[in-house]
Design a protein around this ligand. Structure first.
Ligand SMILES: [Zn+2]
Length: 293
């Protein structure tokens, strides 16, 4: 098993014998770095076995135990090449497949961002397309709400999905739904119905409208947030630590209505692009988490 310094952590020399890991948020500062240590660190930067490092230390004239001591010191900034990163079911080298259940500017931006990050992106797939069997995530873009039939399909196929919903007062990204493990989009819709019993009737009139205010700036901001969440969800945030996105949380970008521009809101300005989060609980009438319906 190869030992290696985490390539995502920037290294910088503070003095000729003091090495810092991480610049703006230092993770480790190594003092008294000897010439032998420096050679071992160079090997660790490329990846080396424990035995190889030991041999290198001996050839560099390091005292006994120097390799073990250095490994102990740099433990917080090591990564192990044991294939533990990423999804465990995906064959090595195959990019994660993200499906876009969406069309329009936000979907186009998402496709560019996800592809740039190393994901495979497909859109416009028929529901019986075999490619869906290996989909690791889906993004659904809708107007005012996601139609229950659309979200139910992803739920039934057990594919994690993210909602992006444009409204006339803002855009909501999330929640990230992990089927069977977190509140689903129907839960969100049921909570909305609890707050306003007329909501289902209104929603059916709004689902098929074009997303309001989906201009270039808005779609880019929204796509960036959605892409980051999805990449974290599929463990493919290349070059960055990939913590899974929180479930049961949505983020809303509220449109600043002080600028009363065009009727569809496309001239409105965003109030500094601040996102406001909201937490969602499973709805007792949904049953998506095995709760009694
Ligand atoms: Zn639910």
């Amino acid at each position: 098993m190869a030992l290696a310094l985490d390539p995502r952590i920037q290294r910088v020399w503070r003095t000729p014998d003091c090495l810092q890991f991480g610049v703006e948020q230092p993770l480790l500062v190594l003092d008294d770095v000897s010439a032998a240590d420096e050679r071992m660190l160079a090997a660790l930067a490329c990846g080396v076995t424990r035995e190889g490092l030991q041999l290198l230390a001996e050839r560099a004239g390091a005292p006994p135990g120097a390799a073990a001591a250095l490994l102990k010191r740099v433990a917080p900034v090591l990564t192990r090449d044991d294939g533990s990163e990423g999804q465990d079911e995906r064959p090595p080298g195959r990019p994660p497949l993200v499906v876009l259940d969406a069309a329009g500017p936000t979907a186009s931006q998402l496709a560019v961002m996800l592809t740039d990050a190393g994901a495979e992106v497909r859109g416009g797939l028929a529901w019986d397309d075999p490619a869906l069997d290996r989909a690791e995530a889906a993004v659904i873009v809708g107007s005012y709400a996601i139609e229950p039939q659309r979200s139910a399909r992803w739920l039934r196929r057990d594919i994690p999905h993210l909602a992006v919903v444009f409204g006339d007062a803002g855009v909501t990204v999330g929640p990230w739904v992990r089927p069977g493990a977190a509140p689903c989009l129907r839960c969100v819709d049921l909570h909305r119905t609890t707050a306003d019993p007329a909501w289902p009737v209104m929603a059916t009139q709004l689902h098929t409208l074009p997303p309001p205010g989906e201009d270039a700036i808005t779609s880019t901001i929204v796509a960036a947030r959605a892409a980051a969440l999805v990449l974290a969800g599929v463990g493919a945030a290349r070059g960055r630590p990939a913590l899974p996105p929180p479930v049961g949380v949505s983020w809303r970008l509220v449109r600043d209505r002080t600028d009363k521009g065009s009727a569809d809101g496309s001239d409105a300005r965003w109030g500094g692009a601040d996102w406001v989060s909201a937490a969602w609980e499973p709805h007792p009438e949904c049953g998506c988490l095995g709760l009694p319906p």
